[in-house]
Design a protein around this ligand. Structure first.
Ligand code: FAD
Length: 321
């Protein structure tokens, strides 16, 4: 059944986030031969429309407005509502990012639609679109379909394979003027706190440190290993509470949920709250000097040893490959 899908292209520091390409791939599947329309919000963003087309959208709607330069839920929801009114899509897909999590319930309530958040898989069964999403901190998965309104879902980063970029793809790029009014908040300044480099929730490789790292300096070998592997550094809450690193690196129930291809846990015991944020990683390697540590129960590969001896060996080994 051919459908028209709208996909939000999320921009961060002037580039499209990878999860937007994954959302396009999901939308393509749901559109079932219908149309996939990209949506870009911001200021001076037209050139990113081509990137969306190269990744599979049939066309792109660009909304340039100074109030959309930085994300605010009020301005974004006003703009998105006007685009939904103009385009009348059968579905709307966006990344399960901080912005996606914030904006999607607002839109769902305004358009009186169901919303399936944090999905990791899409299946088309007959005329129905079935989304799979983790529940109980990743211990089980449920399958859901929208009963009311448009097909509206957020996609967890790193779970749906994006389409290959193809610069020969072409499509129409159009602009829509929106009225944004009565804003009660504006962004005055953005203060960056995160580690910089690769975003944790989209990283393909994560090297995470726990209390076993022992100090701020103890994170240095982990940072080097992450750099060699082209990955990002994460942490347990134990390490954050001990002030070895910033809370923006925290992974777990009250931190970020990640699904990289490779997760290397160094000096992390494997508390249930930590596992809740990383157990769906594709390959888990644990380094811990306690052979009884719980992290080994979910690890694909376990190294019983001192991380300060093991991590430098890994760095040397990966450097030589
Ligand atoms: P520890 O449990 O102290 O483990 C340190 C590990 O390092 C040990 O296993 C030890 O054997 C090993 N070790 C020590 N030295 C070395 C060495 N030289 N080489 C190798 N291994 C070594 N935690 C999270 O991570 N994320 C969350 O989101 C989160 N949310 C929470 C929410 C709530 C409501 C609560 C109550 C707790 C939450 N926690 C969370 C905390 C969680 O329960 C644990 O306390 C925390 O994960 C422990 O961190 P850790 O594994 O780094 O430290």
């Amino acid at each position: 059944m051919a459908r028209k899908l709208l996909v939000l292209g999320e921009i961060r520091e002037g580039v499209l986030r990878n999860v937007s390409f994954e959302a396009i791939a999901a939308a393509k599947q749901i559109a079932d031969g219908g149309e996939v329309v990209g949506l870009l919000l911001g200021g001076r963003i037209k050139e990113l429309a081509y990137t969306m087309i190269h990744h599979g959208t049939d066309r792109v709607v660009v909304v340039e407005n100074s109030n959309l330069q930085d994300y605010t839920p009020e301005a974004y929801s006003q703009a998105i509502m006007q685009v939904i009114d103009a385009e009348k899509p059968d579905g709307f897909i966006l990344g399960h990012t901080a912005i996606g999590k914030d904006i999607s319930p607002r839109i769902a309530s305004k358009i009186k639609s169901g919303l399936i958040s944090d999905t990791v898989k899409v299946d088309i069964i007959g005329d129905e679109v079935i989304f799979t999403r983790p529940i109980y901190s990743g211990k089980a998965f449920e399958k859901r379909a929208i009963q009311e309104g448009i097909i509206f879902a957020t996609i967890r980063p790193n779970n749906i394979l994006p389409l290959e970029k193809d610069v020969s793809r072409s499509g129409e790029i159009s602009s829509i003027d929106v009225q944004i009014k009565d804003l009660r908040t504006i962004v005055k300044e953005v203060v960056k706190k995160a580690s910089g480099g690769i975003d944790l929730s989209e990283a393909k490789v994560i090297v995470a440190g726990g209390r076993g790292v022992k100090s701020k300096d103890g994170f240095k070998p982990l940072e080097e290993l992450a750099k060699v592997l082209g990955g990002a550094v994460g942490a347990s809450r134990g390490a954050c509470d001990a002030e070895f690193c910033d809370y923006s690196l925290q992974i777990g129930q009250t931190g970020k949920v990640v699904t990289p291809d490779l997760y290397i846990a160094c000096g992390i015991s494997g508390a249930i709250q930590h596992i809740a944020g990383m157990s769906n990683s594709k390959v888990i390697v644990a380094i811990n000097k306690d052979p009884e540590a719980n992290i080994f129960s979910i690890a694909d590969y376990g190294i019983v040893g001192d991380l300060f001896e093991v991590v430098p060996l890994l760095i040397e080994e990966f450097k030589s490959v």
